[in-house]
Design a protein around this ligand. Structure first.
Ligand code: NI
Length: 137
């Protein structure tokens, strides 16, 4: 662990009270832990603005499993982006719909491009992507 520095933060009572309620609700053990978490989250969010930043992403897709063309295209896209595709999970939601979660790793720009290709496939009913920028090396 890097050397730790202690800092002091001045907050008005109302803001501190709201912060304490929030961190209690979120389950943090103490203010320091909560502040560290919020800073890391903000820094990660900032890095996502840079297309070359390293990141991991999960693409969630809901589609009708009767669309065999779509299933083949999903598989083809993952095979042609083998370096970015870490893993995928298939869940049978009901008699019609399937949920596919595809986990990607790489640069933000590459992940977004791949995610857009997946989400725009004909037959995808619902979809979204969640990205997290990983620590810079
Ligand atoms: Ni299925």
């Amino acid at each position: 662990m890097d050397k730790v520095e202690r800092i002091g933060v001045s907050l008005d009572k109302k803001l501190l009270s709201m912060f304490d309620k929030l961190i209690a609700k979120l389950g943090f053990q103490n203010r320091s832990e909560a502040i560290r978490h919020l800073i890391r989250r903000q820094l990660s969010g900032e890095r996502l603005q840079h297309p070359k930043a390293r990141a991991v992403g999960a693409v969630f897709l809901v589609y009708d499993h009767h669309s065999t063309k779509l299933m083949r295209k999903l598989t083809d896209l993952q095979h042609s982006h083998i370096l970015q595709t870490i893993s995928s999970m298939h869940i049978h939601l009901d008699e019609h719909d399937c949920l596919e979660i595809i986990v990607l790793r790489g640069q933000v720009g590459e992940i977004n491009k791949m995610a857009d290709s997946l989400l725009s496939l004909k037959g995808v009913k619902l979809g979204r992507t969640n990205l997290l920028a990983t620590e810079p090396t």
